[in-house]
Design a protein around this ligand. Structure first.
Ligand code: HMG
Ligand code: MG
Length: 303
């Protein structure tokens, strides 16, 4: 089946998951959640977001969360940074990597970051330079790589152009955001075809939302194309307040179970992950949607 022997997962639930919750989640719970995730074997955790707190009030306590967590030497801790002000806040608490936002759709870019794609790249440029000078890693999020909640289908040529611009200004890692969860395997094939010569599957990170239950099918086809790095969110938490209709991310439990059954190493201990997810589920208004979490949380996950 041409599958990898291992994959790397970035856990995005404390950021992508919690930015979209209507219930109030205390800083103490967020810290306990990140600390529990740090003990699961995950090597990368996106902890929070230094965006304008008026735009995303749910993550206004990003600095407190960063200051409160117990860092593991085996984990890289990252956060979203939209501008200089966010960079300064992130630097004060010592993030390992910053997530920089742009999009392949003009309308989404404007709604999400109040600027055009071209200006978003200009905004990102000095942040990349500052991050490099301070030994901080960079990942560029390109949202709407398949479709946009406002414009519909997105031309893969736009994705190629935006990815190239990010690489040209020195962004180290590119996370391809399937923001609204519409993709099926043929979309993933078309996406990587369009990126040929600019970004290889092996270099890329795939960030899937699972609104229509198609994320794991996309993972399988992406793996077969050579993709080795995936973003995922425990319990299937997730969504963007500026992407109407987008439900949660690909669930980390679903991805780890899927990989385990196929002999693909993730380094993540499923039972410990389920325990970590339970911490956050207790603060939410409704049960989490991850199928594997639901199936295994009441029984021994090794069975
Ligand atoms: P703006 O309102 O245009 O910014 O926001 P501004 O520069 O005009 O400033 C307005 C006010 O906000 C000023 O305060 C600034 O000081 C303050 P005032 O003078 O009015 O008192 N301000 C800040 N305060 C704290 N930290 C900051 C900051 N920036 C400005 N960093 C901005 C522009 C980009 C900041 C805003 O649009 C924003 O924060 N957007 C982020 C939206 C967001 O977080 N969306 C969700 C994440 S993206 C996502 O989920 C997709 C992803 O998962 C991938 C995928 O699935 O596709 C990544
Ligand atoms: Mg997302």
């Amino acid at each position: 089946m041409n599958l990898p022997t291992s994959i790397e997962i970035t856990e995005v639930s404390p950021r992508d998951g919690l930015q979209n919750q209507s219930s109030v989640i205390t800083t103490k719970t967020k810290i306990a959640f990140v600390d529990a995730l740090s003990k699961t074997g995950l090597q990368r955790i996106e902890v929070s977001s230094f965006v304008n707190p008026k735009w995303v009030p749910q993550l206004a306590d990003a600095a407190e969360v960063f200051s409160g967590i117990i860092r593991s030497g085996n984990v890289k801790y990252s956060a979203l940074v939209p501008n200089e002000q966010g960079w300064e806040r992130a630097m004060e608490v010592g993030v390992d990597e910053i997530g920089l936002m742009t999009s392949a759709s003009e309308t989404f870019c404007k709604r999400n970051t109040n600027t055009s794609i071209a200006d978003s790249i200009e905004r990102i440029k000095p942040l990349v330079e500052s991050a490099k000078a301070n030994g901080v890693g960079t990942r560029g999020y390109v949202s709407c790589v398949v479709a946009c909640p406002y414009e519909g289908e997105v031309d893969s040529g736009h994705v190629r152009s935006v990815v190239k611009q990010l690489l040209d200004i020195g962004v180290e890692n590119i996370s391809l955001g399937e923001t609204i969860g519409v993709a099926v395997p043929s979309d993933i094939a078309r996406l990587y075809d369009a990126l040929e010569g600019v970004l290889s599957p092996e270099q890329s990170i795939l960030h899937l939302h699972d609104t229509r239950g198609t994320a794991l099918a996309c993972v399988l086809s992406a793996m077969q194309l050579g993709v080795r790095r995936f973003d995922a969110s425990s319990g299937g938490l997730g969504g963007c307040p500026y992407a109407p209709g987008a439900a949660g991310n690909l669930a980390t439990e679903d991805l780890v179970y899927f990989a385990n059954r196929m002999g693909i190493d993730t380094g993540v201990h499923l039972a410990q992950l389920i325990s970590a997810t339970r911490i956050i589920e207790e603060s939410l208004d409704s049960p989490l949607k991850s199928r594997v979490y639901r199936a295994l949380s009441c029984q021994d996950p090794s069975s």
